[in-house]
Design a protein around this ligand. Sequence first.
Ligand code: TRP
Ligand code: SF4
Length: 335
Amino acid sequence: MEEKKRIMSGMRPTGRLHLGHYLGVLDNWKNLQDKYDCYFSVADWHALTTGYDKTDVLKENVLNVVIDWLACGIDPEKATIFVQSTIPEIAELNVYLGMVTPQNWVERDPTLKDMAKILKNKQGQNSQIGFGLMGYPVLMSADIMAVNAHYVPVGKDQVAHVELTRDMVRRFNNVYNTDYFVEPQPLLNTCSLICGVDGQKMGKSFNNDIKISDDDTTTQKRIMQCITDRSRVRKDDLGHPDKCEVAFKYWQIFGNENEISNVCSECSAGQRGCADCKRQLAAKINERFKEIRERRVYYENNISEVKDILSAGTEKARNVSKKVLSDVRSIIGMY
Ligand code: TRP
Ligand code: SF4
């Protein structure tokens, strides 16, 4: 049997995940885990690059991310789930990669500029770009190369990092005259991009998100805040689904064809009030997440099972990385 190609991807433990993560990332991962040998990492070292002084909820965040993954159907029987910081080999590879990385390669990283801006707006000691943050793209390459992955599913904003990893692979192979590392290819997450209830990018810090872990009532309340067709004042005003800024967009994601065309025609004919429309939408979304949320509650109540899954994942990922690092040491010529 032909060996499955390896996939590696990661997520920073920023707290409970929202529908954007579900639609944009987890749904993709779920499909990939059937066809590939997948390694999914909670990138807690990456979280430290900007949050090294805010570690009080780090552990909790790591567990919450894993619980969200499991609830959404990432299956530990198919995919290897682990926490980055439990694999010291990644840190070791990070050291070796740092040696062959030209300074301007990390300086030109586009997301670094964004992060610098964010840090600049913060008060206090944490407003400097640290050495660790500078090395962020190298560390991400170490993640990918520690399992010598073929593919890296990422969002658009991370493609540049995978490109850099490809450069890094070529550089390493070239410096040490080897073809050991595979040039990984980005797999762009195919997704319906979901905006927040206010029409901006969905994000925890914008307080416009719907969390996977939210209950039905919370979801319903949030959905009632969705922006609709702003030109509509009364229930029997003719509506314009194409100008309905958020609610109809959500219908297009969560409704079936029939429902979407119903909403569309009733709205256009002034036979559908926005409040009712959103109540139905909330019910629809809650129905979609019913099982996921039940599974989430199960894992929340069985944390030891989650920890066992992580231990098993660490062991598996670590065995792969140990082999890679043993090869790397001998390729470089270390003692
Ligand atoms: N840098 C990614 C992010 O912030 C997370 C990440 C860490 C990652 N290591 C990775 C993604 C390896 C893909 C592959 O979203
Ligand atoms: Fe949007 Fe529904 Fe209101 Fe039409 S009825 S504007 S689709 S919320």
